[in-house]
Design a protein around this ligand. Structure first.
Ligand code: 5AD
Ligand code: SF4
Length: 434
């Protein structure tokens, strides 16, 4: 049976897709590149904002027509599946099965039941060993870095956020398991890993997150370690020290702040003030200037005044993030913020988002321009040239690079090459092989 998995959302979802793919391939299912070729389509969904949910329902609409023309099994997994559970069958009766985010290993059983003609097959249970997925089963997509789960779930309670509902409480993988998986990845040719969790720095798998980073960095042959994502309140001095001193840890930190206003932060239940957030960044000391910093912002949170938004812009200017992701607040079912009056006109929300993104664009361009003239290492991320003599790569600080190499020159996928940056744009750097 041919299958196709369509994934939306974060790296955790990407990686779940790789685990689910492995489960199906183990049973002899064959992956195909498009839903049109597939007999089983699995929608691996995100529900962080309403837009993400819209995308899923629009794809479900398309698949309904497809299913009217030919036999097709449709499964829904990911955060929307966990959130909506059997309500999904009511909204889209052509769904054959629903698999929750904490029941990944149940996939083969659900597929079998659905194939046998059972209707509305569902498992959204919270299996306590979901995070202990057998590494040998995972089928990674062809990327140069390998994603590795270290912790699932989130124990914070930000009032806007659906994730604690869709991903459950925190569960850490024992560090020995993580190390074993990383060793296996390096033996298989990977040189870069990204440690994943909704909140990696509250890791508790037998050591602290900072210790885990040190241990992973001792794996021979591994070149760069990344991690995502972090809550500022779990960002410790110890972690800052490791980040600033361990050469294998990629010089990049994503530390979501959400807002520069203490009033808004309080209403978001972020557990810190702007001053405390800046204090945490201060833990990095001089090391901070060697790191690329990025963050997330939400604009238009209920009650966000012009002054609150100004405070966010001031924070942006003060920290000078190298990059940021910003979003308009999206009310999510079952979250505490629903009780707050969503009182900001849509036009104001949009204008704030545009302004924030414009200013970030300037900062990012400035950050990119600082790289011009530098010679540094970059990892080749394209397995073939984009066009004759042009290759995609990433710096350790996660900037996109377009490399111009001589025509006919082959740059090996996944390897580090030394490049000199020649030009900076808002979204990528141009470089030549040094
Ligand atoms: N509305 C808008 N943005 C949200 N995020 C999380 N929940 C919401 C929401 N309800 C953003 C936060 C988070 C990022 C992953 O998504 O900025 O850090
Ligand atoms: Fe989307 Fe959050 Fe779920 Fe990731 S954890 S898929 S970002 S809702």
């Amino acid at each position: 049976m041919k299958f196709h998995i369509q994934t939306w959302g974060c790296q955790m979802n990407d990686h779940d897709g790789e685990k689910l793919s492995g489960l199906l391939e183990r049973d002899g299912f064959v992956p195909v590149d498009s839903p049109e070729e597939a007999e089983l389509v699995l929608l691996n969904t995100c529900s962080i904002r309403e837009k993400a949910v819209h995308k899923v329902f629009s794809e479900l609409g398309r698949l309904r027509e497809e299913k009217e023309r030919r036999p097709l099994l449709i499964g829904v997994t990911g955060c929307l599946a966990q959130q909506e559970q059997d309500a999904l069958f009511r909204r889209a009766p052509h769904i054959d099965f629903v698999l929750g985010t904490m029941a990944l290993k149940q996939l083969p059983r659900l597929v079998e039941e659905a194939r046998a003609g059972r209707k509305k097959v569902m498992d959204t249970g919270e299996y306590p060993d979901n995070h202990l997925f057998p590494p040998e089963v995972t089928r990674r997509r062809g990327t140069a870095k390998a994603l590795v789960t270290i912790i699932e779930g989130c124990n914070h309670a930000c009032t806007y956020c659906i994730v604690p509902t869709t991903r459950g409480a925190e569960r850490s993988r024992p560090f020995e398991d993580v190390l074993e998986e990383v060793r296996g990845l390096v033996a298989g040719g990977y040189r870069e890993v990204e440690l994943l969790g909704q909140n990696v720095n509250s890791y508790q798998g037998g050591c602290t997150f900072a210790e885990l980073l040190e241990r992973v960095s001792e794996v021979d042959g591994l070149e760069w370690i990344r991690f995502t994502t972090s809550h500022p309140m779990n960002f410790t001095r110890e972690l800052a020290r490791v980040l600033a001193t361990n050469p294998k840890i990629a010089p990049f930190l994503h530390l979501p702040v959400q807002s520069g206003s203490n009033t808004v932060l309080r209403r978001m239940l972020r557990e810190y003030t702007v001053e405390q957030y800046l204090e945490r960044l201060g833990y990095l000391g001089e090391g901070r200037f060697k790191l690329a910093l990025s963050t997330d912002f939400i604009v238009g949170f209920p009650g966000e005044s012009d002054e609150d938004f100004e405070a966010t812009l001031r924070l942006l200017d003060a920290v000078k993030y190298d990059g940021s992701f910003s979003f308009i607040y999206s009310p999510r079912p079952g979250t505490a913020a629903l009780r707050l009056k969503d009182d900001i006109p849509q036009a104001v929300k949009s204008a704030r988002l545009t302004e924030l993104q414009r200013r970030q664009g300037e900062l990012t361009l400035a950050s990119n321009r600082r790289e011009v003239g530098r010679t540094l290492q970059a990892r080749i991320e394209s397995s073939a040239p984009m066009e004759e003599g042009h290759w995609l790569a990433r710096t350790a600080s996660w900037k996109n690079i377009h490399i111009t190499a001589g025509a006919g020159r082959l740059l090996p996928f996944g390897e580090l090459v030394e490049v000199t940056i020649t030009e900076a744009g808002p979204h990528f750097l141009r470089a030549e092989v040094a």
